[in-house]
Design a protein around this ligand. Sequence first.
Ligand SMILES: [Zn+2]
Length: 453
Amino acid sequence: MNDATPAGSVHLHDVGLGAESYPEPPARQSNQHPEQAPLGHSGIVSHPGKKSGWGRALGRHELRDDARRAWKTLGSSREKPDEFRSLRLCGVVAIPGVGAIEVRRNTSGEENRAAIVGTSSCGSPWACPVCAARVRERRRMELHGLVERGTAKGWRWVFVTATLKHRQGQSVAQQRKAIECAWRAMTTGKKAQERRASGAAAGTVRAIEFMLDGPNGSHGHIHALVAVKPWVAVKAGNGELWVQNTDALAEKAVADAMTAMGASWKGWAEKHMDGLRPDDAHGWKWEMARSARDATDYVTKTLKQDDGVQTDGDGWTVSHELARGDAKRGRDSLSAMELLELAVNDLHETGDCARMLRMVEYARATRGMRAITVSRSLTDALGKMDERTDEEIAQDPEAMGDEWETVAVLPLDVWAMLMRSVGVAGVLEVAARDGTDGLRRLVKRARGTPPAG
Ligand SMILES: [Zn+2]
């Protein structure tokens, strides 16, 4: 961070509270402006469905703020007293070595937005409302680019949904392991290598997704794209013939490859899951996209779209389907973010912790897993994706491409004081709307009130 105060911004000076450890910010009354909100822990937890893109982003920040206490109380055990520290302190604690927290506001774009620079992010595309949106949107854009590059070179795409059967009560961790093993068995070995070499199944992009709290518990499945090269080897007599991937012979070769992959997928389950073979209708579904746009349409008509996601005018595309599992709405089960929201509400309203414990289990089971996985054969042929880790991507506040100006540089103890009073969402809301003046009022007000707890 630059020590000099940028033009038009202001240093909000030390108010002498000392830099204690960062506490959880209080929950806030819904729709209550942070400058009017009571300081300290109070209020009803609510994340109203706001209409604007910024309103929805703010809702994710509020949910993250409101979940901090839950991660602390229910995500700790004697063995691991602060297992979920990074989730709990995401966006609150300063990056080591950073001496002040910078608040920025955009200078272009249709609505005012704000961003914080200098705090660390947990980077979880699974359990953190803020990081999930950032990381997954970034991965989605990269994936979109990869598919476009391939399509421009004549590659084609097969859209796959793969599920395994599971027993009632089977944990997310057990399901994750089974799905990863079945996928690995299908995409490694001699036959997989032959499929890659033939061009009929040249590589894969895969995303694991979990729907939670359904009638049969939680359920994981895979969304994947299988890539078909411009030229495909087909059997001809004793040799092979290379034909274009739009040729009927090539399409048959692709169909054969997909059938073989499905057989491997289901066979693995039968062998390793006590004969629990996925059924033919749902275990392995695939469809050849006639074009990149066709893949988009196929997905668009089969899935409900969440209005909280930027779709660039193209609707819910195949890249959304793979990368934005965080934004989906389940019919009879919940996305992780829906579960988190309900869990936080439960804790606040009735003290019931059952849902939060399931959220903790899910966070544990998905830890370290990437949002989407692209096979080496694809990136070798079509160019690499962003190689930064999810955690590194989550740090980037300018992922949305707006231009930003600094509206305040906050010493760490002032920042800590604001975290105790209004939380990250409160700072962002005021900064976006009222800029430097609003933040100055916010600090003044927080300074005049003893810190909670
Ligand atoms: Zn996070």
